[in-house]
Design a protein around this ligand. Structure first.
Ligand code: DAT
Ligand code: MG
Length: 153
């Protein structure tokens, strides 16, 4: 499948604290993406700075790095056709106030600084972000899901 992609998704500290890990996972599972890696971890300041490097210098950068390091996250890699776009659409707009109902942020969050979940914005970002959080040996891209043929032709 030419457009088979992987994307990095994380339930941020607020999502974990609020007991929304299962809800987030469930949405991606039901959509038809395949989970190929998952771990809980406490993000270090240096990991946070690497992950959010593109935002360095912006007014919200320090708060963002602080937020993602406040308590554990659940980091995941999801795989599927157009996985990056599918995940971004399921997550919704960055500012939950502008996120459509039915999206994770539109249903479960109210503030841009506490928007529950991260999702890579492009296949290139996904590969970069996956490398920050996972070793290759921690990913299982080839496991066979028995109902895959009922999700894609
Ligand atoms: P996204 O998480 O939708 O990819 P982003 O990459 O532009 O959004 O920004 C990363 C995070 O930084 C975002 O989830 C929340 C925070 N953020 C972005 N813009 C912000 C702003 N104007 N004020 C406060 N926080 C902001
Ligand atoms: Mg982003």
């Amino acid at each position: 499948m030419a457009d088979l992609q992987r994307t990095f998704v994380a339930v941020k500290p607020d999502g974990v604290q609020r007991g929304l890990v299962g809800e987030v996972i469930s949405r991606f599972e039901k959509r038809g993406l395949k989970l190929i890696g998952m771990k809980m971890l406490h993000v270090s300041k240096s990991m946070a700075e690497t992950h959010y490097g593109e935002h360095k210098g912006k007014p919200f950068y320090d708060g963002l790095v602080n937020y993602i390091t406040l308590s554990p996250i659940v980091a995941m890699v999801w795989q599927g056709k157009d996985a990056v776009l599918l995940a971004r659409n399921a997550i919704g707009a960055t500012n939950p106030g502008a996120a459509a109902p039915g999206t994770i942020r539109g249903d479960l969050a109210v503030e841009i600084g506490r928007n529950i979940v991260h999702g890579s914005d492009s296949p290139e970002s996904a590969e970069r972000e996956i490398k920050i959080f996972f070793q290759d040996s921690e990913l299982l891209p080839d496991w066979k899901r028995t109902h895959q043929n009922w999700i894609s032709e």
